[in-house]
Design a protein around this ligand. Structure first.
Ligand code: IPE
Ligand code: IPE
Ligand code: MG
Length: 232
């Protein structure tokens, strides 16, 4: 039996459908989704999870209408600034990972400030993936390795050596990956890092995903048999 996963990751999906079902704008769903982020951060910390990572905005999400992208960035900015006190009070380290060059200076400045201020916190690390895609991560890691290493060192690289060039360097691979809203795909998320992750799919839309749903996922994880290709 696995007990509590060290790293839980979530593809937070279904905000738009949640809003639509209520006859509201998609942004209304994103606002409700931000409440779930708060609730699940607290639940994960209380459960003893050490890393909670959340897929908040994919590289492909840049292709949404400008109004929605802007609404998401505004919400994000408000979240990063507004959560600082809660993160400090709860000893949570905040990290944002992704293709940060594509984010605005304003968003990047807020991220840097919150990351710096929470850098010493130890209870849990909250990772927000922003402007992230798994293929991009592997590609940038390869380029970084090629630029850093000599051709001989590059050729001698072993799998664990490659990990340190990914944006997730230093963060253990996710033990459990949850996706809400009934979609059964990975949508270019942690492709390399999820090689042996346990997947949990639920039809619940992200704004409705709260502590009880989170605990149901942890219970299901505890029943999984992780074999890593071996015979047990
Ligand atoms: C998830 O909800 C939030 C982001 C991807 C930013 P969606 O906005 O994808 O909601 P649906 O899938 O359209 O319902
Ligand atoms: C995945 O959700 C990305 C995030 C949750 C940030 P999407 O709603 O963008 O994924 P697809 O388009 O349904 O695959
Ligand atoms: Mg979606």
């Amino acid at each position: 039996m696995n007990s509590i996963p060290t790293h839980v990751s979530i593809i937070m999906d279904g905000n738009g459908r949640w809003a639509k079902a209520r006859g509201k704008e998609r942004a209304f769903g994103h606002m409700a989704g931000a409440e779930s982020v708060r609730a699940i951060t607290e639940a994960a910390g209380n459960a003893g999870v050490k890393y909670l990572s959340l897929y908040a905005f994919s590289e492909e999400n840049w292709n949404r209408p400008d109004a929605e992208v802007n609404a998401l960035m505004e919400l994000l900015l408000r979240y990063i600034k507004g959560e600082l006190k809660t993160l400090m009070d709860n000893d949570i380290r905040f990290v944002a990972l992704g293709h940060r060059e594509r984010l605005s200076d304003k968003v990047n400045a807020a991220i840097d400030a919150t990351m710096a201020q929470t850098a010493g916190n130890r209870k849990m690390t909250l990772v927000i993936f922003l402007s992230y895609s798994g293929k991009w991560d592997i590609m940038q890691a390869m380029k970084k390795a090629a630029a850093t290493l000599s051709p001989e060192e590059f050729q001698a690289m072993e799998l664990p050596d490659f990990d340190r060039y990914l944006v997730t360097a230093g963060i253990p691979d996710p033990d459990l990956l949850i996706r809400t809203s009934g979609e059964l795909r990975i949508s270019n998320y942690l492709l390399w890092q999820s090689a042996y992750t346990e997947f949990y799919f639920t039809d619940v839309l992200w704004p409705d995903f709260r502590e009880a749903e989170f605990h149901a996922a942890l219970e299901e994880y505890a029943r999984r048999d992780r074999r890593y290709g071996k015979v047990k």
